[in-house]
Ligand binder design. Structure first.
Ligand code: SF4
Length: 204
């Protein structure tokens, strides 16, 4: 199968939505402040965004809280800077339930099957919330990172989208996106975690 250029597809969607009279709504799966900062700056130009924090994959509670608090701190700054009113939906933290999906795949390398399941479960929840609340689009910030399997992310989004709800195909790391995100996070003195999230990723 021919590899997809998700970056070009993202630009094509930006062009299409910029012709609309009103910005469409988008529910943005958000994992942490360093991954969010640059993505929010891009997406706010084209969409009415709402952040969606559903990351029960993160081990352990202190780490989860640190990432959430840092994202809340940055969102508050971002809203002031941009005179915006972006809200964040926070789902309950359920690490034990989430680990029942990941544990059978604990020996897998980062970016492989365990991550497929982890992406799928979180994006599925994101899709369900977006559908229930009449969003026009959903997507995730995770393609900003070279450590994430972007083909999986976009394939899963395509599987989960419906007639009423589009998945925004994306590759936020392109055109220096990852470096721009790192730069913002350093300027803001953000907490930057050293592992992806689950206890199994702490080994790598
Ligand atoms: S390495 Fe990251 S994406 Fe993969 S399963 Fe663990 S938390 Fe999820």
């Amino acid at each position: 199968m021919k590899p997809q250029n998700y970056y070009q597809q993202m630009l094509k969607t930006f062009k299409e939505v910029s012709l609309l009279e009103k910005k469409p709504s988008l529910l943005l799966h958000s994992c942490c402040a360093p991954c969010n900062c640059y993505v929010m700056a891009i997406l706010i130009k084209y969409f009415e965004i709402t952040l969606y924090f559903n990351n029960s994959n993160i081990y352990e509670k202190e780490e989860y809280e640190k990432r959430l608090e840092e994202l809340e701190r940055y969102l508050s700054f971002f809203n002031k800077e941009n005179q915006s009113n972006i809200k964040m939906i926070i789902e309950p933290y359920e690490p034990l339930i989430f680990d029942t999906y990941l544990n059978p795949l604990k020996e897998e390398k980062e970016g492989a099957k365990r991550c497929y399941v982890c992406y799928y479960k979180r994006l599925e929840q994101n899709r369900n919330y977006a559908l229930k609340n009449n969003f026009a689009y959903f997507t995730t910030v995770m393609s900003i990172s070279r450590r994430k399997n972007n083909t999986y992310l976009n394939e899963i989004g395509t599987i989960l989208e419906t007639k009423e709800l589009n998945f925004l195909l994306a590759d936020f790391k392109k055109d220096g996106g990852q470096e721009k995100g790192i730069e913002i996070s350093k300027q803001f003195k953000m907490y930057r975690q050293t592992f992806c999230g689950c206890k199994y990723s702490k080994k790598y």
